[in-house]
Design a protein around this ligand. Structure first.
Ligand code: ADP
Ligand code: ADP
Length: 191
């Protein structure tokens, strides 16, 4: 399965992707900016990632592609490899919900585990449950920066959803629901 998770910042993509990855044994390309850029540029790093043995069952792209041009480039690259995007999960959510999600987000950078002060609190404040290491807040996880990230999402990334809708591969998810309900919806769509 080759999946794309698309949705605004805070819609829950990063929370769901490790679960999807483990359940379906997919390779997760949560793509730091470097990897995203490498895939776009078709540099060896990006292509190598998609050809890794662990990616043979498929992969999840989380937060990429963000523009129609990136989507077209990605599709061209996959076509050359004899594969294609099977499904695009659209994390549909109202903008009004996202500020609370983003401003309460705490991250454990080494693992990518994500917590929320209200919706998914760690056992001890500011500390990763698994390693005991400190959690951080992203500098851009503020209401003001969210506003511009959301503008970019609506302008550049929503057209990506239209692009894949025309290809008949988009399924929308009620991303405003609690995480456990979201994963049930994802499982139904992927079964
Ligand atoms: P994204 O990767 O789409 O930017 P995250 O998965 O990082 O979003 O989620 C943003 C914040 O909201 C995190 O703090 C996360 O713990 C919390 N969160 C994720 N999914 C839900 C949900 N379904 N309901 C409530 N809070 C959630
Ligand atoms: P996420 O919440 O998924 O980490 P952000 O929206 O915070 O993503 O993006 C982080 C920064 O990297 C932003 O400044 C964004 O413009 C940039 N960025 C990330 N991925 C891409 C991409 N594929 N193409 C262009 N810019 C990107």
């Amino acid at each position: 399965k080759c999946l794309i998770l698309v949705g605004p910042p805070g819609s829950g993509k990063g929370t769901q992707s490790p679960i999807i990855k483990d359940e379906y044994c997919l390779c997760h390309l949560a793509t730091g900016d470097m990897l995203r850029a490498a895939v776009v540029a078709k540099t060896p790093l990006g292509i190598k990632q998609l050809k890794k043995p662990s990616c043979q069952k498929g992969f999840i792209l989380d937060g990429f592609p963000r523009t129609v041009i990136q989507a077209q480039k990605l599709d061209e690259m996959l076509e050359k490899q004899g594969t294609k995007i099977d499904k695009v999960l659209n994390f549909a959510i109202d903008d009004a919900i996202l500020e609370e999600r983003i401003t309460g987000r705490w991250i454990h950078p080494p693992s990518g585990r994500t917590y929320h002060t209200k919706f998914a609190p760690p056992k001890a404040p500011g500390v990763d449950d698994v390693t005991g290491q400190p959690l951080i807040q992203r500098k851009d996880d503020t209401a003001a920066v969210l506003k511009s990230r959301l503008e970019a999402f609506h302008k550049q990334t929503e057209p990506v959803i239209d692009y894949y809708t025309k290809k008949g591969v988009v399924s929308s998810i009620h991303a405003e629901k609690p995480p456990k309900e979201v994963i049930v919806e994802v499982e139904k769509l992927l079964s």
